[in-house]
Structures are given as C-alpha cells and as structure tokens.
Write a protein that binds this ligand. Sequence first.
Ligand code: ZN
Length: 130
Amino acid sequence: MEGLEAVLINDTTIEWRIKIDNKLGTDYNKTLLQDASAILSQNGMTVNIIEDAEAKFTIELAKPVAKFTADGMISITNGYNIPDGNIYDGQVTSKDSPRTLAHELRHKASLPHIFAETSKVENTKENQKN
Ligand SMILES: [Zn+2]
C-alpha cells in the first residue's frame, strides 16, 4: 500500500528543477520560484519549481526588450522560449515576474496562448489575456 500511495502522490506533483542565470544586474524577486509554482499549480496538480545548480534546465532572467515593429509600433518582449515540450533541459528567458515566468514555462511545456487556434481551452472573458 505504501508503494501505491507514493505513485498517487507522484501522479499529482511535477518537480521542475532549474538553474538560474541572472542577467538583470540586480537581485531578483526572492519569492519568484514559489510564486510561479503557485500560478502553475491548478486543478489538483502541484508544480514545484526547485533551484538546483546542477539542473540541465536554465531560466535566464533578463530585462524586457523593446523594439520597433515594421509599422512603427513599439513591441515589448518580456520572455522567450522554444516551445518543444522538453521540460528536462533547455532554456526559458523571462523577466523576474512570477506571472511572466509561469507564462514562458507553460509555453516551454508546449501550451499555446489561449487565443491561438491550436488551443483546446475555450477563450473566456476571464482568461482572454493568457
Ligand atoms: Zn506567450
């Protein structure tokens, strides 16, 4: 029975081990990882983001980048990732906001924007900016 209980615990908990590469030039938000974990933990599933200097996955903390688009608008990029579904190694770039970090990590795990055609979640008033 103990073995069965351990399996059930593992079925609802995801551990994401990460290394932090701080390029902000300042200290980052001290509760960043716990706050991003809380955002990602939903519907009975717990996501724990744990800092580990030996991890193969890196979160690069960087300042937002502002660029002019072709039509003269300013576009601000708060994060970047390669959405390949590989959460064991690779990299996510994010500013030190838990919301942005959680957003980029979800993309890394292959989740599209809720308004994207490939999204399987209905676009409602509450989630339209996700
Ligand atoms: Zn996005």
